[in-house]
Design a protein around this ligand. Structure first.
Ligand code: SAH
Length: 358
């Protein structure tokens, strides 16, 4: 982290820094030291600058040079199952989404890593307008803080898991995402265990190896969604850059090096990747690899692609199990509030366009 601070251009977003980093440059304008801890706590509690209990002249200096809160809640939608979907607005006006899911074992925050996405997967709403920009580590932390504060005591951690499965490709924003991982697991901060964080990638193989070398105890998830390169290339442009065989090798190496099982995500699209032949090919590819298949039914973004029936989804998972692969069907939460990636934002923008045309 210290190295990061030296090598990169200093950001004015305070959430980009841990406590000792803040102390290293704020002491010029904020004294004594304990006030910097107050500022650090205020970041984690998503407080506004006028809620800081420090002398006015220090607040003025702070606000002239730095940003305490880089985003605000634009809209919240609550699903019947308790899932809450947030549209968060950054200071430059850009909007991205994040989801708060309540589960028996604790609450999960699904976080975006980019505004938009440039990966172009055919089934995903996040990528429709391409990549707008990367989120910085501090903006991702601020999103976690504001959602945490909106779901219980501000001074407590009200979630136990984070999944980087919102809009964007985490490994396409590698430095900011890994820095965010350090910030959110910081003992002085949210102190979240690495084991309770899942990072999902469309399979940027070279970046998977870079991540592997960091030896983090996070869960790596790879969006596979196909059993042949031909099918994968039709729905995921990234498949033209990396073959399935390269992914299989990366999963094997990652699991061996980190001793952690890799999750393969498989979204069922009717008539595209849902046959028992697909199951057989998947088993041939992955039978000797430490992995688990998370199968999910498509949450359609338009009428070009459809999900399979519930019965077929269960049959697909059962077939994988019968052939010896570890696989489960993931329940989709919040579909009544546009739960799938980027869908709420797309809906919002469509409505906004309609309204502005009125
Ligand atoms: N860029 C990362 C994170 C994306 S979102 C990645 O590709 O993994 C997390 C998961 O949701 C991915 O597996 C993605 O393929 C899946 N997903 C995207 N749109 C979906 C949809 N409409 N229905 C079901 N799953 C979807």
């Amino acid at each position: 982290m210290e190295q990061n601070l030296k090598s990169e251009k200093k950001s004015n977003i305070l959430a980009n820094y841990n406590l000792s980093e803040l102390e290293s440059f704020l002491l010029d304008i904020i004294k004594p030291k304990y006030r910097i801890k107050q500022i650090f706590d205020a970041i984690l509690q998503a407080k506004d600058i006028d809620e800081l209990n420090i002398p006015k002249e220090m607040i003025t200096k702070l606000s002239e040079n730095y940003i305490l809160k880089p985003l605000k809640i634009h809209t919240v939608l609550k699903s019947k199952d308790g899932t809450k979907k947030y549209l968060l607005q950054l200071n430059d006006g850009n909007i991205f989404e994040s989801v708060f899911l309540t589960q028996n074992y604790g609450n999960t925050i699904c976080l975006s890593t980019q505004v938009g996405c440039r990966m172009g997967c055919s089934f995903c709403a996040s990528t429709v307008k391409g990549l707008i920009r990367n989120l910085t580590a501090g903006e991702m932390l601020a999103a976690i803080s504001i959602i945490n504060a909106d779901n219980g005591q501000k001074t407590e951690r009200n979630f136990s898991n984070i999944v980087l499965m919102g809009s964007g490709e985490p490994l396409d924003n590698f430095d900011n995402v890994t820095k965010f991982l350090y910030l959110v697991t910081d003992k002085n901060g949210f102190n979240l265990s690495e084991r309770n964080i899942s990072l999902s990638t469309c399979g940027l193989v070279n970046k998977i190896y870079d991540l592997m070398k960091l030896k983090l105890n996070i869960n790596l998830c790879i969006s596979l969604h196909a059993s042949t390169d031909e099918i994968r290339q039709k729905i995921m442009p990234v498949a033209k850059a990396y073959s399935i065989n390269e992914i299989v090798k990366a999963v094997f190496d990652y699991a061996k090096y980190t001793k952690r099982r890799v999750i393969l995500e498989y979204c069922l699209i009717k008539g595209v990747n849902d046959s028992f032949d697909d199951c057989e090919r998947l088993v041939k590819l992955f039978k000797n690899v430490l992995c688990h298949f998370n199968v999910i039914n498509l949450n359609p973004k338009d009428d070009k692609q459809s999900p399979v029936t519930k019965k077929s989804a269960y049959a697909f998972v059962q077939k994988l199990n019968d052939l010896g692969l570890s696989a489960t069907l993931r329940r989709s939460q919040g579909s009544d509030i546009e739960g799938a990636c980027g869908q709420l934002k797309v809906k919002f923008e469509q409505n906004d366009e309609k309204n502005s045309k009125k």
